[in-house]
Every structure is written in structure tokens, then in C-alpha cells.
Design a protein. Structure first.
Lengths: 257, 107
């Protein structure tokens, strides 16, 4: 039942991300080319920023000749949600992970890597996360370069079909825990419903998709945390079986009072 | 170096730096577990909430039209319920979207 979380397993688990990122970053590469950004620079942006929303907004910003300070503030607002996600992530990383490993893991904390890492039942380790991040990173960078160099060659139909790869992966990640635990199922249905409703409120449009996702996700989790508190675990820091035990509780819904 | 390129580089550097710092600071600073039971429960549930919100309703608009997206989404849901692994679910869903697109084009 438990898979060993090796570097190789990380690569395999991230293959859906690879294909999903490849298709999205091709679009980024093509868009950059049409705005006069050289391919090497578009690729460098993907290598250094490694973020979807932020990079597409960057294209808009440079196209309109936005001031550097405006770029800085916009990026802060768009990316602030990663702060909350990283906070949640920090609770799952082994306490003995070194600083430089954390510096690497933080760089690779995209929505998709976060999703796979956080839904693993097994305690996480650096090698596995590195596999996840490297595989995703390769998809993101190669797609950008291909999009910049070969825009127009790749069939729109195939690109459009690849667009669903990441969503399918999210579904595959969320269904098993939701099947096993009522509180998780409640969080899942609640967050999806909230997100759908908020999209139809015109006033909230300025928030953007990324923020609506994090707001509805956290709101649903906040309610669930009050209604179904997770039972206290022992205070021993990050003993491997502790995390596993916690995950086991969630899976069975046994942690619910 | 011309002014345009300098501007692009500066803007790209700011984008990368802000994105990185926001992601890495919580990981570098918070080493232990939160003590408060409510906060701990909250962070246990947050990933599932965020995942669900990422899927819905975004999945409906993930391909060129809504019908293939719905078929692809339902394929993923069905296979996940049946215990399918990540790569299988993802691959089958892409195939379902391609196939549906093809069928729609014929009729």
C-alpha cells in the first residue's frame, strides 16, 4: 500500500505535471514571442520564476511598459497566496530538513507540486520532492522554449487536450482521501461550491482566479477545522510514523471527535 | 545593451525574486509544528480545499469547448473512484478529450 518515496518515484508522480506544464508553457512561449521577448529571455523567465500566473501577468506588464515598482507590487499581490500554501507545506516537511534543502523545495512550490506533496500519506523526504520538482521544471522550461521557437507548428487540438492533464491529476489526487474521510469530502465539496459561487459575484472579479481558489479553499478548511477538529497527536517532532499516523487518521476519518 | 532589453531583464528579475521570496520564506522560517489544535486542523484540510477549488469550475474551461472538458473530467472522476493511478487518470482524460473532440468534429 505504501509506496517508497524515492527520487525515481518523484519523477514518475510528476509526469502528469510534466505534460500539463509543457502545454501551458508552450502558450507562454508563443505569447512571449508575439510580444517581442527573445526566446532565450522567455526561457530564462521560466527558469527563474517557475510560476504560471505570474509569468502571464508579466507579459501583460511588459507589454504595457509597466514601471518596475508596479511589477514588484503586482507580483507581491499575485503571489501572496503562495505564502499561505508554503505555510501549510512547512507543516508537512520533515523537521530535520536542512536550510538549503528548504531553499530548493521552496523554489519548486508550485500549485501542482504542492498538491502531490500534500496528499501523500507517507512522510515526505527531500529526494522525492526533488524528483517531483525536477520533472515539473523540465516540462515548464522545455515547453517555453518549444513555444518560442516553434509557434504555429504544434496542433491546437493536441495543446487544448493537454490542457485537461493537470485537472485530471488534481481529481486523481483529491478523490481517494475524499472517499475515505467524510471531513475531507465536506471540505472538497464546500470549496468547489464556494469557488463556483464566487466566480459569479462581479464584485470579486478583481481578485483573479488564483485568489478565489485560495480564499474558497481556506474558507472551506476553516469551517471543517471548527466542525471536525483533527485529534491531537504526540508532540515528538516529525517522527516519521507520527506524520503517517496523522495521515492514517485523516484517511479513516477516525480523527473526528 | 539597449534600453528595451535592460527593462525586460529588470522586470524579469523582479518577477523571479518576488515569486521566490514569497514561496521560500515560510518554509525557511517555520521549522516546527503549530501548537494550536485549530490551526493544525486548518492546515490539515487546506490542501484538499485548495485542490478542489483548483478543479472546479476551472476544469470546465480547460479545453477548447465545454463538452470535451466535461467528458474528460468525468473520465478522470470515474477512474479515480475506481482507484486509478495519477498517470493513468491523467493520460486517459487527455485521450477522452481528444476522442470527444474528434467525434464532435465528425458529426
Amino acid at each position: 500500500m505504501n509506496t517508497r518515496l524515492t527520487f525515481r518515484q518523484g519523477i514518475i508522480d510528476a509526469l502528469p505535471i510534466f505534460f500539463g506544464y509543457f502545454s501551458v508553457s508552450i502558450a507562454f512561449g508563443i505569447l512571449s514571442a508575439t510580444r517581442g521577448v527573445p526566446v532565450w529571455l522567455a526561457t530564462a523567465v521560466s527558469m527563474t520564476a517557475f510560476t504560471g500566473t505570474g509569468q502571464f501577468v508579466w507579459i501583460d506588464l511588459i507589454a504595457s511598459g509597466a514601471a518596475i515598482i508596479e511589477t514588484l507590487l503586482t507580483m507581491l499581490v499575485i503571489n501572496a497566496r503562495y505564502f499561505l500554501m508554503s505555510l501549510s507545506y512547512s507543516q508537512k516537511l520533515p523537521a530535520n530538513m536542512t536550510l538549503w534543502q528548504r531553499l530548493v523545495v521552496g523554489f519548486g512550490n508550485t500549485d501542482e507540486v504542492f498538491a502531490i506533496a500534500m496528499t501523500r500519506d507517507e512522510p515526505l523526504n527531500f529526494k522525492y520532492l526533488l524528483g517531483l520538482i525536477l520533472c515539473s521544471y523540465c516540462g515548464w522550461i522545455s515547453g517555453t522554449a518549444v513555444g518560442g521557437l516553434a509557434s504555429g507548428i504544434i496542433s491546437d487540438t493536441i495543446l487544448s487536450a493537454l490542457g485537461i492533464a493537470l485537472y485530471a491529476m488534481f481529481i486523481a489526487l483529491v478523490v481517494p482521501p475524499a472517499k475515505k474521510s467524510k471531513p475531507v469530502l465536506a471540505v472538497v465539496l464546500g470549496a468547489a461550491a464556494l469557488n463556483t459561487v464566487m466566480r459569479f459575484i462581479p464584485f470579486l472579479e478583481f481578485l483573479g482566479d488564483g485568489w478565489l481558489v485560495i480564499v474558497s479553499g481556506i474558507a472551506a478548511a476553516a469551517i471543517a477545522a471548527a466542525v471536525f477538529p483533527v485529534k491531537e497527536e504526540s508532540e515528538t517532532e516529525a517522527a516519521p510514523d507520527e506524520t503517517e499516523h496523522e495521515a492514517e487518521n485523516i484517511r479513516k476519518g477516525a480523527a473526528v471527535k | 545593451m539597449n534600453a528595451k532589453l535592460t527593462y525586460l531583464l529588470a522586470s524579469a528579475a523582479v518577477t523571479a525574486a518576488v515569486t521566490y521570496l514569497v514561496r521560500v520564506i515560510p518554509l525557511a522560517v517555520w521549522r516546527g509544528r503549530f501548537k494550536n489544535a485549530y490551526i493544525r486542523s486548518l492546515f490539515t484540510y487546506v490542501p484538499y480545499g485548495v485542490l478542489a477549488a483548483l478543479v472546479f469550475p476551472g476544469v470546465l474551461f480547460s479545453t477548447e469547448s465545454m463538452i470535451p472538458a466535461v467528458v474528460g473530467g468525468l473520465t478522470a472522476l470515474g477512474l479515480s473512484l475506481a482507484g486509478g493511478k495519477l498517470l493513468l487518470v491523467s493520460g486517459a482524460s487527455v485521450a477522452a478529450v481528444l476522442l470527444t473532440g474528434l467525434i464532435l468534429r465528425i458529426f
